[in-house]
Design a binder for this molecule. Sequence first.
Ligand SMILES: [Zn+2]
Ligand SMILES: [Zn+2]
Length: 153
Amino acid sequence: MKPLLGGCACREVRYECKEKPLVQFICHCRDCQHTSGGAFMAFVFVPRDRLTYLSGSLHHHDVRAESGRELRRQFCSACGSPISAFWPGAPMVELLTVASLDDQSIFTPTHELWMSRAEAWHPVHPDTVKLAEGPDEELVRGPVRTYFATRQA
Ligand SMILES: [Zn+2]
Ligand SMILES: [Zn+2]
C-alpha cells in the first residue's frame, strides 16, 4: 500500500504511516469540539508502531475523556494544528485527525460518537451508525485485536 502521509497547517510537522486505518470515526464530544474549534473531529486509528513523525515537533495536553480514560492530544508546536491523539494507558494505536491527512478522500467513517453532544446546526454523515455516547470498548478493541493477531511481520 501507499503510505498515509500528512501533517499540520504550517507544514513543520509531517508524518508517514505504513498501514491503512483500522477504525474510522467521527466524534461530537465536547472535548473534540474544543480541540478542533469546530463541530466535531474525524479520526482514523492506526497502529503506532507503523507511524513515524518525519519532522516538526508536537506539544500535547492530557485530558480525562468522558470514558474515564486519559487521552493525550497532540498538536503542532508551531501552528497549533491538531494532529493526533493516543491513550497512554493503551498505546498500541494512535488517532490521526482526518484534517491532517494529505489525502482526506480515504476517510470512510463507520460510526459517529457522542451524538448527545452534537451541534444542532451541523448536519451528520448519511451512512454512519450514530451512538448517543462513546463506543462500546469492543467497537475499537475488536478490530485492533484482530489486526495485531493476524498481521504479517
Ligand atoms: Zn504546524
Ligand atoms: Zn471526541
